[in-house]
Design a protein around this ligand. Sequence first.
Ligand code: ATP
Ligand code: MG
Length: 419
Amino acid sequence: MITKIRGTEDILPNDCGLWRYVEETARELCRVFGYGEIRTPVFENTELFNRGVGDTTDVVQKEMYTFLDKGGRSMTLKPEGTATLVRSYIENSLYANPQPTKLYYIIPCFRYEKPEAGRLREFHQFGIECFGAETAKTDAEIIALAMTFLDRLGIKNLKLNINNIGCPKCRAEYNKKLVEYFSRFKDRLCTTCLGRLEKNPMRIIDCKSEVCSGIAENAPRMLDYLCEDCSKHFEETKLNLDNLSIDYTINPNIVRGLDYYTKTVFEIIADIDGSSLTVCGGGRYNGLVEQLGGKPTEGIGFAAGLERLIMIMKSQGIMPVALENAPEIFIGTIGKDAEQFAQRLVYDLRINGIYVENDLLLRSVKAQMKYANKINAKYSMILGDDEVKENTASLKNMESGEEVQIELSAEKIIESLKK
Ligand code: ATP
Ligand code: MG
């Protein structure tokens, strides 16, 4: 028996209804917020992520699914969406369209992580990006879309954490302070953080080890070192969020795991059975387009993990009613002629948009009706030689048991169902 790969999941028909509901909610919100869909390849040149996500990040250092293709080129399965969207924005000259460029995606992502609840090796993200807009109003629009999305899904007990991690200008100064601070704890930092101390000290604040995060608690805070421009941007972002009545908490420890962020960063955290889980993360990345070979262009976006959202929806007992899909009618048959007649009738009903079920296994009438019950058919009818000859049958309401005689045409049946 060959089993699925560790950290991957089969999403079965029952759950696919919930998945579609989540995806359709995302699509509908993107429509009204003006974000257009973009679909991109599942794999990219490895170099894109090394440069675009950053080679000091966990994602690039430890988590990428990288392989050589038969031509000896290094390929990587997308671990996230932003670097790809930046590549596509540049490669397809999307900057030539009226600005800003507002895009959304729903993609599978691949990260070699230790699988646990809410952490998979193949997972899915819904994300949006906005290129070419520098205003704090844009930051608020992005955050508002994320919050509205989660709210529409019916998820409760959400917390929005925001922070500002500065720009290359003010962060240089801050990094010096961080190096000074963390150097005092060199003997206790984990080996990964010792590396970070050299290359990207801010990442230490993001470390999940207890010792490192304990040390990080008293580290200098970026908010105290923001330059005038970043500081103004932060104040304006907060005012814009207030204007949209979006509650937030300022959390100086949010630095985000990827290298490309500047200024605004945020995370949305949900409560699942008493512990917290990050369901959505995002921020501004004003240097990334240039870093990947484009003209200097501002960017901001977020990504939400769909598996985590669905996990939380289930734990909060959220089951949208629209998901139910039971057949309107089951049409059972006795004998070959009726079976052929019914096949055509079922088809005619289906092409007119009615969900009809029939028996594909040539079972006895009794077994067919048992099946109709199991799949919760709302109505049923049984066709034999007499029904076919007279072109009428009895349509039975499976719940009330009530029966009406009805002409055997798709049109008449549809009319009767509408009553
Ligand atoms: P974490 O700190 O939990 O590892 P992250 O900072 O690596 O998250 P991002 O890169 O910001 O996550 O990805 C955005 C979202 O994608 C996360 O908030 C989460 O919902 C989801 N996500 C990330 N990694 C995984 C994974 N391995 N399995 C399932 N969902 C994931
Ligand atoms: Mg991670």
